[in-house]
Design a protein around this ligand. Structure first.
Ligand code: NAD
Length: 356
């Protein structure tokens, strides 16, 4: 199959996606069609006539969508992101290959997590509006030295490690938790792994960098919040559903949670990335979150740097080239490799270049 004849449908496309993907496509000349709509059971039929679909974090690939894409002849799902919790890997296995961008800029996401910490701590979001209104009072803006405080890292993968290094640079003590431990990283920043309970108990700032899985869904809930230090700062730049938002709101109301920086929200798909400035927010939980002066919500923008978008476009298209040139897929994800089943993937068992 010649690359110039391959048709790729993009869902949930924004102007910046088109800029970066069009630029990168000068190397390959795939045929692109950009749709604004999210991929869902209602929009999956738009994939008819395309060889591949390219999707983002709030597009849905459930059983129903898989059936429609498969029937329409789609052979490849290109995730232009790292997380894949929006894909039913079991439903898609054996029918459509799925590739992703495992790392595009861990720095971008880690740096944004730290932006949220610094802003909340020094109340820059409030100071900015005060001085614009000629109010030069600093009462109520008291912060704390990060130096000497304890940061709890949940997840020490690519992003968690970048965040850990930045925070260690501030002179913070780091406590880390991960299911799989990286001793070289922990040694390099002179710290230790511990159990979650201790991390909750001792951290002044807790920052989440683990993926959303059935195990991590709502890991931050009433019970875990109860174990935390009074006044703790909670940062989530990973996936919204790691936090039970109703429990977070109770924690903020009681003062147990001192502040929260959220780049993601469990029901974000209807709002994030969209201009809703002319609409009324009907999601009462989101509206309540936005009403706290010690909460900062950003619209899933942690990844949003020029470097990251360049890497996303180039890796996504290289993934497509590998697939359509019948080469082994470096960045394939599958039910057996990635969903933690006990059965090994046929790729590993039979030394195949692809998962099926
Ligand atoms: P990674 O795979 O390099 O690291 C994830 C780490 O989490 C791994 O070390 C893994 O062992 C650990 N982990 C898995 N299950 C765990 C559990 N139950 N408890 C604790 N740790 C666990 O991934 P990454 O590139 O560091 O990305 C982390 C997450 O950040 C992604 O899954 C994604 O959801 C999110 N993300 C958000 C943005 C954004 O713009 N806000 C951008 C990219 C990624």
């Amino acid at each position: 199959m010649k690359l110039e004849t391959i048709k790729i449908a993009f869902y949930d496309t924004k102007p910046y996606d088109m800029d970066f993907f069009d630029r990168e496509n000068r190397n390959w000349n795939f045929k692109f069609k950009y749709f604004k709509e999210h991929l869902s059971p209602d929009t999956a039929m738009m994939s008819k006539g395309f060889d591949a679909v390219c999707i983002f974090v709030n597009d849905v690939v459930n059983k129903e969508v898989v059936e429609i894409l498969h029937e329409n002849g789609v052979k490849l799902i290109i995730l232009r992101c790292a997380g894949y919790n929006n894909v039913d890997l079991q439903a898609v296995f054996g029918k459509i290959h799925v590739v992703r961008v495992p790392a595009y800029s861990p720095y971008a996401v880690a740096e944004h997590a730290v932006v949220l910490m610094l802003t909340l701590n020094r109340k820059v979001h409030r100071a900015y509006y005060r001085v614009r209104d000629n109010n030069f009072s600093i009462s109520g803006l008291l912060g704390f030295d990060m130096h000497g405080k304890t940061a709890g890292l949940v997840g020490t993968g690519k992003i968690g490690q970048c965040a850990g290094r930045i925070l260690a640079g501030f002179g913070m003590k780091i406590l880390a938790y991960d299911r799989y431990q990286d001793e070289a990283f922990i040694k390099a920043i002179g710290t230790e792994y511990c159990e979650l309970d201790r991390l909750y108990r001792e951290s002044d700032i807790i920052t989440l960098h683990c993926p959303l899985t059935p195990e991590t869904q709502h890991m931050i809930n009433a019970e875990s919040i109860d174990k935390m230090k009074k006044g703790v700062m909670l940062i989530n730049s990973s996936r919204g559903s790691l936090i039970d938002t109703a429990a977070l709101i109770e924690g903020l109301k009681s003062g147990k949670i001192g502040s929260a920086g959220l780049d993601v929200y469990e029901e974000e798909s209807e709002y994030f990335f969209e201009d809703k400035s002319d609409a009324v927010i009907k999601d009462d939980i989101l509206a309540r979150l936005l009403s706290f002066n010690n909460v900062i919500v950003t619209s899933h923008q942690a990844f949003f740097t020029g470097e990251a978008l360049t890497n996303i476009a180039s890796t996504s298209l290289e993934n497509a080239v590998e697939f359509f040139e019948n080469r082994p897929l470096k960045n394939e994800i599958c039910y057996y490799c990635n969903a933690g089943t006990s059965k090994p993937c046929p790729k590993k068992a039979e030394n195949l270049p692809r998962c099926f």
